[in-house]
Structures are given as structure tokens and as C-alpha cells.
Ligand binder design. Structure first.
Ligand code: HEC
Length: 269
């Protein structure tokens, strides 16, 4: 009996082994992000670095069409400044850093007199521009696969920001048995292992203004944190609200129990 079970297990392993090697991606590596846990908050300086990585590298291929420049200056955002908040009667549209970042980017528009297609510097109310005019152009420039929009990517993939950080560092020679067509790359964290995105990051590709060493690991984690903020900018508020609700529920249960005791005080079985 025992031998039969062992044989069966061995057979299953033999059958299942190669299938797993081809289809199952590696688990993302854990990263101690500042925004994890019930009291976690975004690290503003990290978000600033992450924005720089997105703008200088990823934005060449990936749109983030749900974001406007002014969002960068919203509370918990990378360039939030309390001087330009609702409490001071201002908005992030007035934030000079946000204005400068928007103006640094060219936005496709139409000339209001001639109707010609033009490029103009951005303003805070502009959405992030897409790198390609349409999906066909996006596919044509990327070996037939359009780079997906990154606005909600950190919430859309299992593993979220840790998956993104691992994916960006996960390139290497293909595992045994995997053959790559031109334009394909091997990445052990990508489901199936074969990805159409070339390794986008290299050491010192982005220089960080705060003096942080610009390793591939650092750039990957910073851009992953930025994408997490982009996908859930109200995370800090949500956590705070959750905690207040918990406190309320505890107090309310206590009150309910006290009144129950009081109402039934003189009743006997
Ligand atoms: C040269 C173009 C190019 C650049 C630059 C680029 N990507 Fe990509 N990216 C792609 C393409 C193409 C795909 C689709 C790959 C596929 O599905 O095989 C992709 C896919 C992705 C995915 C989705 C993976 C999945 O699970 O489906 C993520 C996340 C991603 N890129 C993040 C980034 C980040 C972050 C950067 C900047 C550090 C970046 N990319 C830079 C072209 C690019």
C-alpha cells in the first residue's frame, strides 16, 4: 500500500513538474514598504523618486491616463505641500512644483485658430499624456503587444507593488526548455516566464535628487511605491477611517452591554 502511494506521488511529481516550471511564476520577493500594515503611510520622498522613474523611463511606453498632474500635489501625493491645500483656501493647481512638473511635459493639443495638431507645455489640470496616439501604434512599436496602462496596475495584479518591484528586477537567462522569439525576454516573475517588455531599468539610469543610490532595486521599489499611491491615493484616509470605525464599534458594544444589564436588572428567571 505504502509503495503504491509513493509510486503514485512520484508519478504525479513527474507529470506535474515540467508543467509547473513552464506556467507557474515565482512568488514576488517581499519588500518592507512603508505603507504596509494598519498604520502604514506613503513615504513622500520615495514617491517623488518613483514619479521620476515613471516619467523618465516607463512613460516612454506606458500611459497612466487616470492621473492628472494636479493629483501629484493632492494630500498623500508625492508633491503635496500643506501651503497649497484646502485648509489654506488653495488647491494643488496653485502648487508651483506641480505647475513646473506639468510644464516640463509636452501635451498634444489642437491650435485653437488653425485646428492644427500642436504640442504645448502641460498645466496642472492636464492628464498624463499617452506615449502613443492609439493602440495600433502602441502595438506596432512593441512587437505586437500594447504596453498596459499603469494607473491601476498595482491593484490589478496579485502581489501588487511587490510583484511590480520583482518583475522589474526579474530578468535573466531563460530557464531550461524555454525558447525566446525576437523581442521576447525571460522574466521569472511573469506568468509563463516570457514577457514582451525589455528590461527597462539599469543602474544609475535615473539620478535621484535626494542623493539616494540609484540601483535597479531602488528604482524598482520606488516606482512600485509610486504606482501603489497612484492606484490607491486615499489609502491613508481609508486606514484612518477603518481605525475610527473600530474604536466606535468597541465603545458602542460596551454601551449596548451596559444598557442591556440595566434594562434586565430586576428580571429573574
Ligand atoms: C520599451 C517599452 C517599455 C518600457 C520603457 C517599459 N515597459 Fe512595461 N511593458 C511593456 C510592454 C510591451 C508590456 C507588455 C508585456 C507582455 O504582456 O508581454 C509591458 C508590461 C508591463 C507590466 C505588466 C506586466 C503584467 O503582469 O502584465 C508592468 C507592471 C510594467 N510593464 C511596468 C513597467 C514599469 C514600472 C516601467 C518603468 C520602469 C516599464 N514597464 C517600462 C513595454 C515597456
Amino acid at each position: 500500500m505504502l509503495r503504491k502511494v509513493t509510486l503514485l506521488a512520484a508519478a504525479l511529481l513527474l507529470v506535474g513538474g515540467p508543467a509547473m516550471a513552464a506556467g507557474k511564476a515565482h512568488e514576488p520577493e517581499p519588500v518592507a514598504f512603508s505603507f504596509e500594515g494598519p498604520f502604514g503611510r506613503f513615504n513622500q520622498v520615495q514617491l517623488q523618486r518613483g514619479y521620476k522613474v515613471y516619467r523618465e523611463v516607463c512613460a516612454a511606453c506606458h500611459s497612466m491616463s487616470l492621473l492628472a498632474f494636479r493629483n501629484l500635489g493632492d494630500p498623500s501625493g508625492p508633491f503635496f505641500d500643506p501651503k497649497y491645500s484646502a485648509a489654506k483656501g488653495k488647491t494643488s493647481n496653485d502648487n508651483p512644483v506641480v505647475k513646473a512638473l506639468a510644464a516640463d511635459t509636452q501635451i498634444p493639443d489642437l491650435d485653437s485658430e488653425t485646428g492644427d495638431a500642436i504640442q504645448r507645455p502641460g498645466i496642472p489640470a492636464d492628464r498624463f499624456p499617452s506615449p502613443f496616439p492609439n493602440v495600433i501604434a502602441a502595438k506596432a512599436s512593441n512587437g505586437g503587444i500594447a504596453p498596459p496602462d499603469l494607473s491601476l496596475m498595482a491593484k490589478a495584479r496579485e502581489g501588487g507593488p511587490e510583484y511590480i518591484a520583482s518583475l522589474l528586477q526579474g530578468y535573466g537567462p531563460p530557464e531550461h526548455g524555454v525558447t525566446l522569439a525576437p523581442g521576447q525576454h525571460y522574466n521569472k516573475y511573469f506568468p509563463g516566464g516570457v514577457i514582451g517588455m525589455a528590461p527597462p531599468l539599469a543602474p544609475d539610469q535615473v539620478s535621484f535628487d535626494d542623493g539616494t543610490r540609484s540601483t535597479v532595486k531602488q528604482q524598482s521599489e520606488d516606482v512600485a511605491a509610486f504606482l501603489m499611491w497612484a492606484a490607491e491615493p486615499k489609502m491613508e484616509e481609508r486606514k484612518k477611517m477603518g481605525f475610527s470605525v473600530l474604536i466606535f464599534l468597541v465603545l458602542f458594544s460596551g454601551l449596548l452591554y451596559a444598557s442591556y444589564r440595566r434594562v434586565w436588572k430586576n428580571e429573574s428567571h
